[in-house]
Design a protein around this ligand. Structure first.
Ligand SMILES: Cc1cc2nc3c(=O)[nH]c(=O)nc-3n(C[C@H](O)[C@H](O)[C@H](O)COP(=O)(O)OP(=O)(O)OC[C@H]3O[C@@H](n4cnc5c(N)ncnc54)[C@H](O)[C@@H]3O)c2cc1C
Length: 431
């Protein structure tokens, strides 16, 4: 079959690869210059690495299998990393049980309650009842005020910015579930992973395999119209050209779907409200020395303009980054926040003020470069009763399918979930 796939992010390319392996002729349309969507890479001058920080967990079994399937098993790297916490202008390591038991900001009772929260959360299966409970209330009830303020709140701020107050307990539950779900038994659980060369290696390999199987990939190809073809199948219009396919799968966001699809091809149910999105501004700082010894530092400091610190070079070998250290500083905001439209130099100035507060010894000589990247609508905000807000997309044409991350109602946004959904989708249509 001749299959068109709209979107060249992880979802579109994983689909294209799996379908091409089943003997279908696939064509991918990606509006950007390079493949990868939110998982894409960035040229940092002396090296190329992911635009946003990406890590593979030992529990990402679907993603790990996929990476092995595309022949990159030997490129998977695992490394033990440390976790930090920045509280009252002090950095603490909470990387092992002993450090955690010693962690001064938490009382013994608080630590016990945290362990109970994690154990209890990982065993819950009925997530729908959690949709009605604000995440703050749920965590306060289970972990207590002290543990909430010192540990959970910084984590929520790191992941959601100030929007955490409106989010339901499903958010943290899916996070706990991802951490505690079945792990690849060949790996040590404390380790984190990446692919040598970053996600560029994955996308280059996917492109190679898709083309080897006879597929096509068009970049800078913004799909503008999708409609039924009069002689059967579907046609796709892009850059003033038209191509006909037996089947088309759309992997972009729902608002784009609504603007490109012909009337009567999909039914998008009206819901009681609209889905809100989180955006992210992420500064990647390239330095000559390490800023922190941790992969992740959760921040409990409202004076800082960023919501987390990710010392990528504590995970990734320095050979990957030309001997430089790369640290990401994300700031998660509501997608309507005007800060997302501020020019790069203003954002850099703001983030540098935070750098001076947190790292007073850092000098201009230590800094090689700073890159500001942003994504306006990176993930839906899982507010209370979120699953009722997600518009149900039903395709009214047997040759047209929609598979995208906005349909994930009880999962965190990550590539393991993307691959899991792709594999289920491919299995279902084959059956
Ligand atoms: C800051 C940040 C950190 C992250 N960290 C991790 C992590 O550590 N681990 C992890 O597993 N995941 C992580 N993720 C999530 C991961 O990046 C996503 O799961 C993944 O990118 C989703 O892929 P997708 O293909 O569904 O969507 P997208 O990446 O959004 O791809 C959709 C593609 O469709 C294209 N498109 C849209 N409209 C059209 C059109 N009309 N015509 C043609 N093309 C179109 C877009 O240009 C885009 O390339 C992170 C994301 C961010 C932003």
């Amino acid at each position: 079959m001749n299959i068109g796939i709209v979107g060249g992010g992880m979802m579109g390319l994983a689909l294209a690869y799996r379908l091409s392996q089943q003997g279908h002729k696939v064509t991918v349309f990606e509006s950007n210059q390079q493949l990868g969507g939110l998982t894409t890479y960035h040229d940092y001058g002396s090296f190329i690495w992911d635009r946003f920080y990406h890590v593979i967990l030992p529990s990402d079994t679907h993603l790990i299998k996929f990476i092995k399937d595309i022949g990159l098993a030997d490129k998977l790297r695992w490394h033990r990393t440390l976790t930090g916490c920045y509280i009252d202008q002090k950095l603490y390591s909470i990387s092992n049980t002993l450090e955690f038991l010693r962690f001064p900001p938490l009382t013994i009772i608080g630590k016990l309650r945290l362990a109970i929260t994690l154990l209890y959360g990982s065993r819950i299966n009925n997530w729908r009842r959690l949709e009605k409970i604000p995440v703050e209330d749920w965590l306060l009830k289970l972990s207590g005020r002290n543990t909430y303020e010192k540990l959970w709140k910084p984590l929520l701020l790191a992941k959601l910015g100030d929007n955490y107050q409106r989010v339901s307990a499903v958010f943290i539950w899916s996070y706990i579930k991802r951490l505690f779900s079945a792990r690849d038994s060949s790996l040590h659980k404390e380790q984190l992973g990446y692919v040598a060369g970053g996600y560029k290696t994955v996308f280059d390999r996917l492109e190679e395999l898709i083309r080897l199987a006879g597929g096509d990939i068009h970049t800078e190809a913004k799909v503008e119209y999708i409609a039924p073809h009069q002689h059967g199948g579907i046609w796709v219009e892009y850059n003033g050209k038209k191509e006909r396919f037996d089947k088309v799968i759309f992997t972009g966001p729902v608002n784009v779907l609504q603007s490109v699809v012909a009337r009567d091809m999909v039914k998008i149910s009206q819901t009681s409200g609209t889905v809100e999105y989180l955006g992210v501004i992420c500064m990647a700082l390239i330095t000559r020395k390490a800023l922190v010894p941790y992969y992740i530092v959760n921040l409990a400091d409202q004076h800082l303009p960023f919501t987390g610190v990710l010392g990528m070079s504590n995970l990734v070998s320095l050979q990957e980054t030309a001997g430089m250290h790369i640290t990401y500083f994300p700031k998660y905001v509501h997608s309507d926040d005007p800060i997302l439209k501020q020019p790069d130099d203003e954002l850099q100035k703001l983030f540098f003020q935070g750098l001076r507060l947190m790292f007073p010894k850092l000098t201009a000589d230590d800094i090689v470069a700073a890159h500001i990247n942003r994504a306006t609508k990176m993930q839906p905000l899982q507010v209370l009763n979120y699953s009722n807000l997600v518009p149900k997309v039903v395709t009214e044409n047997n040759d047209f399918f929609v598979l995208n991350t906005s349909q994930f109602v009880n999962d965190t946004l990550n590539n393991n979930t993307v691959v899991k959904h792709v594999d289920e989708f491919v299995k279902n249509i084959r059956e």
